[in-house]
Design a protein around this ligand. Structure first.
Ligand code: GRF
Length: 211
């Protein structure tokens, strides 16, 4: 997982694993910010943590190559961006095609980039929400995996709307990772298809045990 700040989405994924709702292992937390609170969360859960400081690298490519190497060393299957405040470099995207997820606090393709919640308020939309998507070379443009919606109230501030959206982020992000971990996501064109849960399907089609 890659995070730059408080890491509440990082925490939501850790919690889902501990609750037995998600069968996955957080191999490492990588951060570009030595002051990120996410580091404290990693420490509390004995998760390996690496600080990769962009100013230690001669180029953006070298910075992302170093992150890719940290991930490769740990045999990482999925890269989860949780408030990672940088545009992901091509070097990393090419190393993990459709294996990098991001969460955005708006209903994409509306309001990409920074301050999605404020953009939604300023535009006057009546519904907003959050989006988990695969990362491509654009800013918040990759194939959409899951979205969830919340109402926007007439007296909302950026804070109240952000809090309402964040509560949903914490639900849909572990769910998206679970779908990936179960091998149920495939990308065709720019559309993400979600395969049925075979266990559920079998239970419905074949409710009685075979004799
Ligand atoms: C979230 O609002 C997320 O949608 C956006 O950055 C914020 C990260 O929050 N990409 P946290 O660090 O996970 O608490």
């Amino acid at each position: 997982m890659l995070a730059s700040g408080r890491g509440s989405n990082f925490q939501a994924i850790i919690d889902a694993i501990h609750a037995g709702k998600l069968s996955a292992e957080v191999a490492v937390l990588i951060t570009d910010n030595p002051g990120a609170f996410a580091i404290e969360r990693a420490r509390q859960h004995n998760i390996d943590c690496v600080v990769v400081n962009p100013s230690d690298f001669s180029s953006r490519d070298a910075f992302y190559a170093s992150i890719a190497e940290e991930l490769r060393k740990r045999n990482t299957g999925l890269v989860v961006l949780a408030g990672f405040m940088r545009i992901v470099g091509k070097v990393l995207i090419d190393a993990y095609p459709y294996k990098i997820m991001n969460i955005h606090p708006a209903l994409l393709p509306s309001f990409p980039g920074l301050h999605g919640q404020k953009q939604a308020l300023d535009h006057g939309v009546k519904i907003s929400g959050c989006t988990v998507h695969f990362v491509d070379a654009g800013i918040d443009t990759g194939p959409i995996i899951i979205q969830a919606a919340v109402p926007v109230h007439h007296d909302d501030s950026e804070r109240t709307l952000s809090d309402r959206i964040l509560a949903l982020e914490h639900r849909i992000y572990p769910e998206a990772v679970r779908l990936f971990a179960e091998g149920r996501l495939s990308v065709r064109g720019r559309v993400v298809h979600i395969a049925e849960d075979r266990h559920v399907e079998q239970a419905v089609i074949n409710p009685l045990p075979r004799t």
